[in-house]
Design a protein around this ligand. Structure first.
Ligand SMILES: [Zn+2]
Ligand SMILES: [Zn+2]
Length: 171
């Protein structure tokens, strides 16, 4: 999955990659890939600078931060990444050519590893507090049951408590 920078034409080129689940190991990051990674990129070279724009589509298994259930998190992320040769990396990190919507990376030697790029983009797309569904109600604080799977005996009192609380805040 390495691209030789010198092979990228200045006018740009497009490439598509399908990475099978067994060829992409995210276990170091504690992640499990559920679907092959579909990568579609447009590569452009301006001198030694390389601009990569594309989309990554796949899904990973995550654990819901509220109810602890495992679920598939769909990733369909467009991204833009600009690569500079490692030698051009500024020594002072404050001088880093940063722009909010541009991702700056550096390549060492002559190649850019698309697998590394995919790995980074997947990690960036993982929410800090993943939720199995937008309104996941979490586990019941009293009995630990998952209310997404059915009602426990204490659900009613929890609801009453919430209503009381919000009424107090409004007054
Ligand atoms: Zn959940
Ligand atoms: Zn309960």
């Amino acid at each position: 999955m390495k691209i030789f920078v010198n092979d990228i034409p200045e006018k740009g080129t497009e490439t598509e990659l399908n990475i099978p689940v067994e060829d992409f190991d995210l276990s170091d990051e504690g992640l499990l890939l559920k679907e092959p990674v579909a990568l579609k990129v447009n590569l452009e070279r301006i001198g030694s600078k390389v601009l990569i724009r594309g989309t990554i589509r796949t899904s990973v298994q995550l654990e819901c931060s509220r109810c602890l259930e495992e679920f598939s998190h769909q990733i369909d992320e467009p991204f833009t990444s600009t690569f500079f040769p490692f030698q051009e990396r500024p020594k002072d990190p404050d001088l880093e050519l940063g722009s909010e919507d541009l991702d700056i990376s550096y390549y060492d030697g002559k190649t850019i590893d698309l697998a590394e790029l995919v790995r980074e983009q997947i990690l960036l797309s993982i929410p800090i507090n993943p939720l199995c569904r937008p309104k996941c109600r979490g586990l019941c604080p009293e009995c630990g049951m998952n209310p997404n799977e059915g009602k426990c005996a204490c659900t009613g009192s929890k609801g009453d408590f919430r209503r009381l609380k919000s009424k107090d805040f409004n007054e």
